[in-house]
Design a protein around this ligand. Structure first.
Ligand SMILES: [Zn+2]
Length: 225
């Protein structure tokens, strides 16, 4: 405020900064909000394949924001990726593994909340999606997934934890234990055989085929029956 001319300092706007803040938020919101679809045929994954386990982290505080972002712990996807995921699970079963889902469809408004709570380096590294472009999760065709052992029901070891924003999370990282790398590669093989592609810096994130062409969705979980 010190360098501001006297006339401006005494103007209505500068005596009360709130209108400026409000205007900036309004314009910012207009610029960053892409077009959003309010309807889509989202399917409940564990209704298609009850053997797929859920650990929906954004429905708990056990995520990088430390906040609960989902009202319910549900895993929803568009029909094609949902069926492909069930097939991947079916292929892992004879090897003694099952799929464990951390996240699937994510309403666009949650992507905006994640972006707002992420640090500048995490944004720059691409660990969180810019709401202006939206996340593949908002399109209902991306899934964050790990493995559990069928005999113990426990999550299997991977080279990093879910949402670890470091090099350990890279799909081709050569560190960590040999067993953890085998587990990661087993998951990737099963998923890629069904049309998913791994994100290079997140071993757990898979996009289904033409995911880019699907509309961004902002449907609350409560509206999907
Ligand atoms: Zn993801």
């Amino acid at each position: 405020m010190q360098s501001m001319p006297q006339a401006m300092r005494h103007s209505w706007f500068f005596r009360n900064g709130r209108p400026w803040i409000f205007l900036a938020l309004l314009l910012g919101g207009c610029q960053t909000q892409p077009s959003l679809a309010k309807q889509a045929p989202l399917l409940e994954i564990n209704r298609i394949e009850p053997g797929i386990k859920l650990d929906i982290r954004y429905a708990t505080r056990n995520n990088f924001t430390g906040r609960v972002l989902y009202s319910t712990a549900r895993a929803l996807l568009l029909p094609e990726p949902a069926l492909a995921l069930a097939r991947a699970h079916g292929k892992l079963k004879p090897m003694g593994y099952g799929l464990l889902i951390y996240d699937a469809y994510r309403p666009w408004s949650v992507t905006r909340a994640l972006w707002n709570s992420a640090s500048a380096p995490d944004r720059a590294n691409g660990y969180v999606a810019n709401p202006a472009e939206g996340s593949k999760h908002n399109r209902g065709c991306a899934v964050d997934v790990g493995l559990y052992a069928l005999d113990t029901g426990k999550e299997v070891e991977m080279p990093s934890a879910f949402d670890d924003f470091s090099v350990r999370a890279h799909a081709d990282w050569t560190g960590g234990s040999e067993e953890s790398r085998h587990n990661r590669d087993r998951l990737r093989q099963a998923m890629e055989a069904e049309g998913f592609r791994v994100l290079p810096n997140e071993w757990w994130h898979f996009n289904f085929r033409d995911c880019d062409q699907q509309p961004l969705l902002d449907i609350p979980f409560e509206s999907v029956h």
